[in-house]
Ligand binder design. Structure first.
Ligand SMILES: NC(=O)c1ccc[n+]([C@@H]2O[C@H](COP(=O)([O-])OP(=O)(O)OC[C@H]3O[C@@H](n4cnc5c(N)ncnc54)[C@H](O)[C@@H]3O)[C@@H](O)[C@H]2O)c1
Length: 317
């Protein structure tokens, strides 16, 4: 699979490393509004100053959109309207109307559209899926969860450099948490019943903090969960706790740890980190999944629609 990269920023560096570790995928072309960014590319990659020229001339099978969140809709729509395939960093876009327009445009042209949900490929998430499916621990049914995705993007009353390119705490991290949960819970049974967003008009972002309360079905019973996204805690803290009848599973997405607390027993910690950075591990999972889907002519439109609907529902509550 040949990839054209659009936006050579912070995340693109991890994506490029992961591409070199994944069989069956190759970076062939790239474009950024800032031509200086071409210096970060390997010599084998062709840089285009002009996006329209890239869409016309590139032989890439698909274009990976890694530009700031607020530009995803416009850039992805341009790719689709050129009858080419878009692979878009999460979040796909910033409101329901944009999502509907992108999905309609891709479906009308019978084009795949893939959203990149990198946090859902965390090694700790894969670890717990394997343990659960192999029934290695007897925890009973899942009854609830709490997930916190915090980044130090608001310090001393100001947004930090890390916030550049992001839309807001809920828009950027709510989708991360939802994508992790979708690999552990049937997303079709999930619904949002409350959303609480902290919006400060003088601070240039959509939300400084956002919280959603959700319900889901587990073994025909209703379970409840909470997602808290927060830029004001001053720390990189990303953890999902799954509460089962007989214990708790804690997935530390920042440290790549899994922890298991069976009621009445000592906790067990599993360090799942590798010699590669956490984000490279995530994108190795993304690209393995992407190349597999591409070879079968599949995409993740339905998953993306379901997750973004929950994301935007929380904004309306
Ligand atoms: N930084 C992270 O940790 C991280 C993690 C996962 C996902 N993401 C997502 O990836 C996206 C990019 O984030 P980033 O941190 O790499 O941002 P960044 O600001 O570091 O890089 C964005 C790049 O896109 C270029 N650009 C801006 N508008 C463009 C346009 N219209 N066309 C072409 N190039 C354009 C900029 O010049 C810049 O080089 C965001 O949506 C973000 O949510 C970021």
């Amino acid at each position: 699979m040949r990839i054209g990269l659009i936006g050579i920023g912070k995340i693109a560096n991890y994506q490029m490393q992961a591409i070199t570790h994944t069989l069956g995928i190759k970076l062939t072309d790239a474009h950024d509004l800032d031509p200086v960014k071409s210096e970060e590319l390997p010599g084998s990659v062709q840089f285009f100053n002009d996006f329209d020229q890239m869409l016309k001339k590139s032989t890439a099978d698909a274009f990976l959109v890694s530009t700031p969140t607020g530009t995803h809709f416009e850039v992805a729509m341009k790719i689709i309207e050129a009858d080419r395939v878009a692979i878009v960093e999460k979040p796909l876009c910033t409101n329901q109307e944009q999502m509907d327009a992108l999905m309609t445009a891709a479906r009308t042209r019978k084009l795949p559209l893939y959203t990149v949900f990198h946090p859902s490929y965390g090694r700790e998430v894969d670890w717990w899926r394997e343990q659960r499916d192999a029934q290695n621990f007897d925890l009973g049914e899942l009854i609830g969860f709490e997930s916190c995705f915090a980044d130090p993007y608001y310090i001393d009353g100001k947004l930090t450099l890390g916030a550049i390119g992001k839309a807001g705490a809920w828009i950027d991290s709510g989708i991360s948490s939802l994508s992790v949960l979708s690999r552990l819970i049937d997303v079709g049974t999930m619904s949002v019943y409350d959303g609480r967003m902290t919006i400060v008009p003088s601070i240039n972002c959509a939300q400084l903090q956002g919280l959603a309360l959700l319900s889901f079905k587990s073994a025909d019973k209703l379970g409840y969960g909470m997602i808290d996204t927060n830029w004001t805690l001053g720390k990189n803290y990303k953890t999902t706790r799954l509460r089962y009848q007989s214990g708790i599973v804690e997935l530390d997405h920042a440290k790549e740890y899994g922890r298991l607390y069976l009621h009445g027993q000592e906790g067990l910690t599993f360090n799942l980190a590798t010699d590669k950075p956490r984000l490279v591990n995530h994108y190795c999972g993304v690209f393995a999944n992407l190349t597999e889907m591409h070879s079968k002519g599949e995409d993740n439109k339905e998953l993306s629609e379901a997750l973004h609907r929950l994301l935007f529902d929380a904004l309306k509550r």
